[in-house]
Design a protein around this ligand. Structure first.
Ligand code: SDX
Length: 425
């Protein structure tokens, strides 16, 4: 690892504690604090603001510079030149596929897009009004029932098979969540279609007529999935890793990631952005909401703004803003009032000291919902679409952890409760 070290001097101790320091290929170095438990002290880092939980080769983020790399490739270049499935292959395998490798990967995905017919029965138990994320987390966890027993997580081929199944089936399950909610029959995936075309067709197609999917819309969906594919050790990915560290099967691990993603502080923000823009309703009310966002006594936050890591523009937000304009133009809604409010809100926030001092910029969720709404996708399905995009990242991190020596994740605490006391006689 490294011969660099840090020294920890604790009051009341004669000798300082030497702690190894490790350098990554880029980014901050880390202090190995594992030996501290034998010194009788823990580190303290609620929210893991300054904690590296693992080694990883998959994604690198430079929050100050607004840089996002997947296996070294800048997200802007991948968004322009690659595809969701090519990036999925990259995240899983470490390098871009040859044309033959990509064709073979796409073929494998194509032949795993259907789900067991029994899964259709799961949906019959949900009320039509069930939130799609409630359905998705349940049915993805339920996939364990179909594959748990023939899956050896220590077998690399079994892990890759699980990755293929999950990447392939998530669009189908996502569309089923939507169809169940509107009382329409499920549409089966079509092998002649690409993953994104299939997804749009499974959302909006019916058995009554052929659906043609606009290439602009299909490309926008594919790029949205690509932009959401991975993001280092975010809350839901860390949840997948923690669940995986106990030896749970990948379907159960991804169900836990979906649950973590649902929160409005994380993947649920795209839905919350649309609710916020609709509440603002008119450009004349933006200032009122900016004041609320700055008021410490008001729980309101500017949804789609701010980020634990990015203290600069989230590069994904910049790409999505561009796609937004294209899709709205394609759909003939380029004067979409919500898009106009979002653009004005972004401008005013970026001119405001409160947001500048705290380095609060638009994140991936700020514009994505406007595109999805313009496509006719209900806001309640937005985080399901985020989860569909994030699936290759979740499973790549799960696979990376299991491909190397790992320990069960078991954080400690600063105990501030009652010390020992006897039960009353
Ligand atoms: C995602 O981790 C990832 O990588 C996540 C993600 C991924 O791809 O996986 O990028 C996806 O989750 C994007 C984030 C989506 N969430 C939102 O848009 C919700 C709104 N944002 C905030 O809730 C917040 O910015 C977080 C949760 C995203 C980050 O919170 P932090 O890092 O814990 O920051 P903080 O709460 O300590 O805020 C620092 C300061 C505070 O003010 P002070 O106490 O210093 O005066 O900034 C303020 C906060 O009040 N602040 C905001 C704000 N975000 C932070 N004030 C108003 N509006 C906001 N959005």
């Amino acid at each position: 690892m490294s011969d660099k070290k840090a020294q920890l001097v604790l009051d009341g101790r004669e000798k300082p504690i030497d702690l190894p320091v490790y350098e990554g290929s880029t980014g901050p170095s880390v202090i190995d604090v594992r030996s501290l438990v034998s010194e009788g002290v823990f580190t303290y880092d609620p929210g893991f603001v300054s904690t590296a939980a693992c080694d990883s080769n998959i994604t690198y983020i430079d929050g100050n510079a607004g840089i996002l790399l997947h296996r070294g490739y800048p997200i802007e270049q991948l968004a322009e030149k690659s595809s969701f499935l090519e990036v999925s292959y990259l995240l899983l395998n470490g390098d871009l596929p040859s044309p033959q490798e990509l064709a073979s990967f796409e073929e494998k995905i194509r032949y795993h897009t259907m789900v067991d017919e029994q899964i259709h029965e799961f949906f019959k138990g949900f009320p039509r009004t069930a939130h799609p994320m409630a359905m998705l987390s349940a049915v993805v966890g339920g996939l364990s029932a179909f594959y748990h027993d023939d899956l050896d997580i220590d077998n690399a081929d079994h892990r890759m098979q699980a990755a293929i199944r999950l990447i392939a089936k998530m669009p189908t399950l996502a569309a089923m969540c939507y169809k169940h909610g509107i009382g329409q029959p499920f549409i089966y995936p079509q092998n002649k279609m690409s993953l994104a075309e299939n997804f749009v067709n499974m959302l909006f197609g019916t058995p009554c007529e052929e659906t043609t999917v606009s290439p602009v819309i299909a490309k926008a969906v594919d790029t949205l999935f690509l932009l959401h594919a991975d993001h280092e050790q975010n809350a839901s990915t860390s949840t997948v890793r923690l669940a995986g560290s106990t030896g749970s099967n990948p379907y159960a691990c991804l169900a836990s990631g979906i649950a973590a993603l649902w929160g409005p502080a994380h993947g649920g923000a795209n839905e919350a952005v649309l609710d916020m823009l609709s509440k603002i309703g008119d450009e004349s009310r933006i200032d009122e909401f900016l004041l609320k966002a700055k008021d410490k006594n008001d729980p309101f936050r500017l949804m789609g703004f701010g980020h634990r890591v990015y203290k600069n523009y989230d590069p994904r937000a910049t790409v999505i803003r561009g796609i937004c304009a294209e899709v709205l133009d394609e759909l003939g809604v380029d004067n979409d009032p919500l898009f106009k409010i979002a653009r004005k809100l972004e401008k005013l926030a970026l001119e405001d000291d409160y947001f500048n001092e705290r380095k609060l910029f638009p994140n991936v969720d700020f514009y994505s919902g406007i595109i999805l709404k313009a496509m006719g996708i209900p806001t309640s399905l937005f985080t399901v679409i985020f989860a569909t995009g994030r699936t290759p990242g979740w499973i790549a991190h799960w696979n990376e952890m299991l491909s190397n020596p790992y320990k069960i994740g078991r954080p400690r605490q600063l105990y501030k409760g009652e010390t020992k006391r006897d039960y009353p006689a």
